[in-house]
Design a protein around this ligand. Structure first.
Ligand code: GDG
Length: 476
């Protein structure tokens, strides 16, 4: 175990470290911070106490040596080629991800994937136990690391352990399909506090414990059946965005100029509609395209007056379901453009790339209507980023009821993406509602996000972790 001065009072464990390796033209390697909401939130927390981050650095092979960057201690966990395939692409993204997202595509169950998931979770737990100071707070992130809470507790019973689920927690009827459901629940029950995006997710977890483990539950707490008389609390603490940071970015003159340029480059339409998603079957991109295609066919919208820009960021490209989705979407885009586009004026501008943050902020500012239509989404930060960038009160947000974000952003133009007719109506309402009314809606959406930003999320989470019950009768 490292000497005391190299151990930390706050330890974050997440599948990925918040850095990417970059190689300069001269072949020199260095680390570059990958900006994301979680890192921003952690920076605000770590300002007051030394913190470490345990995670995979991407790539394969033995772990790199731990290093410090921007005031954070980064502790890489290495994954082999087989582990990336079986732990990350396999069990995490082809077993858990579909089960936790309403089985939009069927889940694959393989016992060797599960064995690798256990093995990798154990490696993360050991790394956490190595870097945590006595009595430290440990905050484990997401579905890839559900066994880590119990494994850490076994190694270091002195630690205060929290876990946060970025994705939905499924209803017990779906969760029960998992052959390893009991072990997953027991893994999570190693924590003191479990955070979820919505109250319904927390309730699904508590119900799964009651029905599948037959343990006692009371309100939002679960009694642990290991002789310790511990109780674990499960509650909703919805994640958010760095409102101030993103708004400042959107106000930069270069970003404002870029937003104008983008509009011009798509032919200065009266209405520019935008979708921005990882290319994932949960995001409802197919449903969105279908609704748009029908609106075009019915003559309710037509390019170049109305046009649609879809940014589909490449994602999980080695998983079969994602390969199918990509070819289906690209075929649909081709058909729509073939049927409804003209020379120099396609009906859909489709971009399968990832972009710098500045460019994303410019896209958001350029868009009159933002289409966020997932079939299931833990939160959906894109919806919150869009309203954050609209300091001009312009634009309109069409938002699926199946996102966590909808529970906070009720004033948006709500839709059920399965109801194509309803989705078409929501799009038309977002286009046609008078500007004054749209500004009123945007003002109230922005108020919500500005008052519940990611810094507040992290503070609330850690306060809940500190206040979690240690013994029966101390529940808050
Ligand atoms: C999971 C849950 C939950 C996307 N393309 C580019 C880019 N992005 C950024 C977006 C946004 C983030 O990635 C995506 O976040 P979402 O929340 O929309 O979706 P997931 O990736 O599925 O995230 C989700 C989230 O975790 C947090 O808890 O909300 O429900 O599924 O920030 O802007 N950023 C840049 N270039 C891109 O091309 N720079």
């Amino acid at each position: 175990m490292p000497p005391a001065q190299q151990r930390y009072d706050l330890v974050i464990a997440a599948n990925r470290l918040p850095v990417d390796k970059v190689v300069s033209e001269s072949g020199e390697e260095s680390w570059q911070r990958s900006p994301g909401g979680l890192v921003t939130a952690m920076e605000s927390v770590m300002r007051n106490q030394p913190g470490a981050w345990v995670g995979w650095a991407g790539g394969t092979g033995p772990a790199e040596e731990p290093f410090d960057l921007d005031g954070m201690h980064l502790h890489p966990v290495g994954l082999s080629v087989e582990e990336v395939r079986d732990f990350y692409e396999g069990f995490s993204n082809d077993t858990l991800w579909p089960i936790y997202h309403d089985v939009i595509v069927p889940a694959s169950f393989h016992r060797d994937w599960w064995a690798t998931y256990r093995q990798v979770n154990a490696r993360f737990a050991e790394a956490v136990a190595d870097v945590a100071a006595p009595g430290a707070r440990v905050w484990i992130q997401d579905y890839q690391l559900q066994l880590v809470p119990a494994l850490v507790r076994r190694l270091r019973p002195d630690l205060r352990i929290g876990w946060f689920n970025h994705i939905p927690f499924p209803p017990v009827e779906l969760f029960a399909q998992l052959p390893w459901r009991g072990q997953l629940l027991e893994g999570l029950l190693g924590a003191d506090f479990l955070g979820f995006q919505r109250q319904a997710d927390a309730q699904n977890f508590v119900r799964a414990c009651r029905q599948l483990l037959r343990v006692a539950t009371k309100g939002d707490t679960v009694a642990v059946d290991d002789g310790s008389r511990r109780r674990v609390r499960a509650s909703a603490i919805p994640i958010s965005v760095d409102f101030k940071g993103m708004e400042d970015l959107a106000q930069q003159p270069s970003v404002v100029a870029r937003a104008h340029e983008l509009r011009e480059s798509v032919g200065n339409p009266r209405v520019l509609m935008l979708g921005v998603d990882r290319l994932d079957y949960t995001k409802g991109i197919r449903h969105r395209l279908k609704a748009y295609e029908e609106l075009l066919a019915e003559g309710k919208v037509s390019p170049p007056e109305v046009t649609f820009l879809q940014v589909a960021t490449p994602s999980r490209e080695r998983v079969e379901a994602y390969q199918h989705l990509r070819s289906e979407i690209e075929q649909t885009v081709g058909r729509i453009n073939g049927d409804h586009g003209e020379i120099g004026a396609p009906a859909v501008h489709y971009l399968h790339h990832s972009y710098p943050r500045e460019e994303m902020a410019a896209f958001f500012q350029a868009a009159d209507v933002m289409l966020v239509t997932p079939l299931r989404d833990g939160m959906n930060l894109v919806a919150k980023e869009y309203v954050t960038c609209r300091y001009d009160l312009g634009g309109a947000l069409v938002l699926s009821e199946f996102t966590g974000a909808w529970h906070e952003l009720h004033q948006a133009f709500a839709c059920n993406p399965h109801d194509i007719e309803g989705l078409k109506q929501a799009i038309l309402r977002a286009i046609n509602t008078p500007t004054k009314e749209k500004q009123r809606i945007m003002r109230s959406l922005r108020r919500r996000v500005s008052q519940h930003d990611v810094q507040r999320w992290a503070k609330r989470y850690l306060a809940a972790l500190d206040a979690a019950p240690e013994r029966p009768g101390t529940a808050s």
